[in-house]
Design a protein around this ligand. Structure first.
Ligand SMILES: Cc1cc2nc3c(=O)[nH]c(=O)nc-3n(C[C@H](O)[C@H](O)[C@H](O)COP(=O)(O)OP(=O)(O)OC[C@H]3O[C@@H](n4cnc5c(N)ncnc54)[C@H](O)[C@@H]3O)c2cc1C
Length: 461
């Protein structure tokens, strides 16, 4: 076996790239992660992760998958100040039709995306089986002699003359939303995959804060969801170092501002004043940073009749979601774990031959989250993409009643959050027992701001 035969290359050192590298290091003698950024040693913004100044919550199911691939990760994040929040118990969470009760749920995580990135990169750098090649951009794929497979990448490293070639029996594209896999594959004569895209036009505006000490506060986080009638919302969660991150979000004509005075005014315009009241007492520690380009986009590589041996696309490069539903990292971790499970016991040569099947395994992990994100986005009449059919419209009506029931019924509320957090499939809300609970609590949902009552107190009193 040649050196390249026992070598895997991962493009991108984001969450998908580091998790994939750790999984592949169990099957290949060497793994090289090629990363275009030169990430700083300390925790800081880097241009390859433009979203890293925005709020990032990690659902429990994603955390469990990440922990499985990188044992000790969760504790390491907590040691550096990440918070485990019980959702929705620790939140004041205003659904489109009223407050969710503060029932015990799953232990999800909040910290800055900058911290998560730093911890993940430290783990990759500490693994002797993984080499991280920084300041190096992959510019194309190297085909096998028969043109039916991939056997390496072309890499351009800052400060060096010309591109060079790195050979491997598996190349994983984890380059995120800016992945160039489609172009690279067409250069090799492979077909263009069908692409599904839905864009509700959400915009984010995030800002770091210091809150006054917690005396008198019976919540640990706030989420005011958007609703079709009021397509603007906001979130406030604790992150490391005693800091908080606030994010205002809205779509259509409601994209949030970044200017100082307008920021609080926008927060005041939400369906409940609780977020505004918290921010008014808080000290802003940064300017607000905007983020647009939040469309759902699924490149259906799994549907192609011809797929190259030795090549896989994972994470946002495969399927990305409107971030409002907080799914991206969880699906990335689920997908990477599913592929890791599928290659368990396989040698590199077999993995090289089996990538068409593995690409289908990966894609299947996106289906539930995709249905949820796209289904919700299609509530907004301006969402670009295929208009909703009868089934989606029926589900919109049914889900209105599910959420209304979840506002008064702890069991329904728990199931809703299990579905949000992907520990249960959306079908859990269609089980006869779940439907019976919804029907028993049938009420006409309204998202009128004037109907919003005071938030519920913490069960701890
Ligand atoms: C505003 C916003 C808020 C979000 N909030 C949440 C949230 O609350 N919860 C959640 O789970 N998800 C959230 N997401 C989604 C989450 O950010 C992504 O799902 C996640 O980052 C995907 O990880 P990735 O590793 O696939 O891609 P990325 O994180 O984008 O990483 C890609 C990496 O590849 C590198 N790269 C790119 N091209 C090349 C190349 N040619 N050669 C070498 N390196 C390359 C980049 O520099 C980068 O390091 C949010 C996204 C946005 C935009």
């Amino acid at each position: 076996m040649g050196d390249a035969d026992d070598h895997a290359i991962v493009i991108g050192a984001g969450v998908t790239g580091v998790l994939a590298a750790s999984a592949l290091a169990r099957r290949f003698a060497r793994v090289t992660v090629v990363e275009r950024d030169t990430p700083p040693d300390e925790r800081a913004f880097r241009p390859g992760l433009p979203q890293c100044l925005q709020i990032h919550a990690f659902w429990k199911h994603g955390l469990d998958c990440a922990e499985h691939l990188l044992p000790g990760l969760v504790q390491e994040l907590v040691d550096h100040g990440a918070h485990r929040l019980t959702v929705p118990e620790d939140f004041l969470w205003l659904s489109p039709v009223g407050w969710f009760p503060r029932v015990a749920g799953t232990a999800d995580m909040t910290c800055s995306r900058v911290l998560l990135d730093w911890v993940l990169r430290r783990r990759a750098n500490a693994d002797p089986r993984i080499e991280v090649l920084e300041a190096s951009r992959v510019t194309g794929l190297v085909p096998t002699a028969d043109g039916e497979g991939v056997q390496g990448v072309r890499v351009r490293t800052d400060g060096t003359a010309g591109p060079r070639t790195l050979m491997a029996s598996l190349v994983v594209d984890a380059a995120g939303r800016r992945s160039e896999a489609t172009r690279w594959l067409t250069e090799l004569g492979h077909p263009v995959p069908p692409v599904e895209r839905y864009d509700a036009g959400f915009g984010y505006s995030s800002r770091y804060y210091k809150l006054p000490d917690s005396t008198g506060r019976d919540w640990k986080a706030i989420y005011i969801q958007t609703s079709p009638g009021t397509p603007r919302g906001g979130v406030l969660v604790p992150i490391e170092d005693g800091l908080w991150i606030a994010t205002l979000l809205g779509c259509g004509d409601h994209v949030p501002p970044t200017k100082d005075d307008e920021y609080l005014r926008y927060a005041r315009s939400l369906r409940s004043p609780v977020l505004h009241d918290a921010l008014r007492e808080a000290e802003p520690l940064s300017d607000a940073q905007a983020f647009r380009n939040t469309a759902n986009e699924w490149r259906h590589y799994e549907s192609l009749d011809r797929w190259p041996r030795g090549f896989l696309v994972l994470g946002d490069a495969l399927c990305r979601f409107n971030p409002v539903y907080g799914q991206g990292m969880t699906v990335a971790a689920m997908t990477t774990k599913a592929v890791a499970d599928a290659i368990d016991g396989m040698d590199p040569a077999r993995i090289h031959r089996d990538t068409a099947r593995l690409q289908r395994v990966a894609a299947a992990q996106s289906a539930d989250a995709w249905g949820l994100a796209v289904g919700e986005d299609l509530r907004f009449p301006w969402t670009q993409g295929r208009p909703p059919g009868a089934k989606v419209k029926f589900l919109h009506q049914y889900m209105n009643h599910v959420v209304a029931a979840g506002n008064v019924d702890p069991a329904t509320c728990r199931t809703i959050f299990q579905v949000f957090g992907m520990t249960a499939p959306p079908a859990a809300l269609l089980k006869p027992s779940a439907v019976a609970r919804v029907v028993a609590r049938w009420r006409v949902p309204t998202d009128s701001p004037s109907e919003v009552s005071a938030p519920p107190p913490s069960p701890a009193g």
